[in-house]
Design a protein around this ligand. Sequence first.
Ligand code: MSP
Length: 639
Amino acid sequence: MSSEKFYVTTPIYYVNDKPHIGHAYTTIVADILARYHRSLGDTTFFLTGTDEHGQKVQKAAEEHGMTPQQQCDDTVVRFKELWRELEIKNDKFIRTTDDNHKAVVQEIMQDLYERDLIYKDEYKGFYCVPCERFFTKKDLDEKLCCPECQRETQEIIESNYFFRMSNYQEWLIEYIETHPDFIQPAFRANETLGFLKKPLGDLCVSRPKARLAWGIELPFDKDYVCYVWFDALINYISGIGYRRDDEMFKKWWPASCQLIGKDILTTHTVYWPAMLKAMGIEMPQSILAHGWWLVGRTKMSKSIGNVVNPMDMIQKYGLDAFRYFLMAEMTMGQDASFTEDAFVARYNSDLANDLGNLTSRVVKMTLRHGNGVIPQPGELTAPENELNAALDNAVVEMEKALKTMRVNQGLDHIMNAVRAGNRYMEQTAPWTLAKKGETGRLNTVLYCVAEALRKISILLDPVMPDKMTALRDALGIKEAGEGHLDTLKQDKNILSGLQMHDLDALFLRIKPEEQKPEKKQKKEKKSEPPGEGLITFDEFFNTQLKTAKVLEAEKVEDTDKLLKLQIQVGEEERQLVAGVAQFYTPEEMVGKNIVIVANLKPAKIRGIKSQGMLLAAKDGKDLKLITLDGDIPTGSSVG
Ligand code: MSP
């Protein structure tokens, strides 16, 4: 068992909108890497979270009629829910509005300011609102459009604080050139080096509150907040105890792998290394930029309306198939195209045909002969050696793939081993051996294919944890240690004598015309196309239901129907006007634990602000509040 350290991070996601497959992809890659390393016995830490400050979030909050904090609190739930559905096993979820993170950012800024690495200057520049970035005229084309997103920029003159990023240009070029694994894939390192050919300016790290109030206040100037990227990048160290817990920080830093999308290369391979250097902190071992998921050949965008919602895919095809598809279909570093047809084609060929068939043949044959007890093998011959070679190759290649973080390459070799398993079945024809009564040879074949499935299930476990657990259960493997990657190299027979169990088809074939697995699957219920009056799972979750407690209640003047309530929802206090006055007195309402629709657009009822709606059951003239059966903190999600 190895005992190395593995610290993996994802970008932290903006909370201006709900997550899509781009976000899901990065988080699944990190999860799979973390699972592999855990199963190798490496001490592993996986950090993800949300980027909650800055203009994008402030703007979204304004559009939704919420405070920025409410916008964050509401949207973070979407991310957390999706990560739960995707079975993401992160060790920590950081929010940049966490008090600890804010304090660490302030301390870092204060320190850099005192060391004159942050200074004040007047700035004349061009600002891109969507990218939240400043540019000088020389960065822009003649139309003064943003070089990142090609949208128009705005000219701005103001006093601001600057980080002396230019100090680090020469050092950074040399560092990248002498550390070929630092930025991956290599062509992205070249892209950064190309960027560094132009003189590197200092980085504007403040925003005047008059223009943007939603951010971390500068500790040395209360009129400014910190630039969102400077704040956000620090999560990678504040999340593991920087300036708070030296032991923890030393344990995890430097990060082994920082996953990013290609669009945030400059911030991670120029700003971030310069910041770390200024702080006197070691560089991460690697920053790995993946490509983009396109829909067909088109960029995913809300305005085009082609954004792929991961929840829909999970509900329709099951979680493990979705995780597998994302991993297998995208070559790390390149863009990939998402279409449902491509999904169905890969699902049917790799999962239903190759893996699904092998599994059901092995299980059925073993159950039929010898009552499902996995037999002792006899002497191994050429076909067994060929199968074992394919399996050994898959193990070696997966290990290599893990070192370079190219999970998709490892998967190719695992699927080759699966196909070798099917070929082996054809070649050895255990059904004929059974008919002929060649029990010794039959036993060898049944053992070898069971062992092949055991190895495959372990190799694929980090990608498809549920299905692979089901597969090992069917093989009769119960003990936790036997599901680990390092057991693959032991030449030990742990299967003979185990009792196999039948299992439902692992992956039911999808008929293209239906684009839906043939029989009922675990989560399929939710995926039925909505009929008249029905809503999808996702539509339901557009409504955020939360628990709340009534703190105060009073009658609204000039009406006998309304009560004005002050309620507690998590850390937030809200006011809500409810039409319950004919059924409950204000005194009866106080202290009640209720359920509210938390993301209802705020409204004024009789001139009184109301934020949300409480749930109640109504039957003719009777009304009863929906209350909670037991204690649970306010602000908990209901659904
Ligand atoms: N908040 C910043 C990151 C700060 S990290 C210190 C941010 N957030 S984001 O929510 O806009 O994007 C997060 C990640 O999602 C980025 O890595 C981005 O590349 C990725 N993706 C967004 N759309 C994508 C696709 N269509 N496909 C794949 N990934 C994409 O940037």
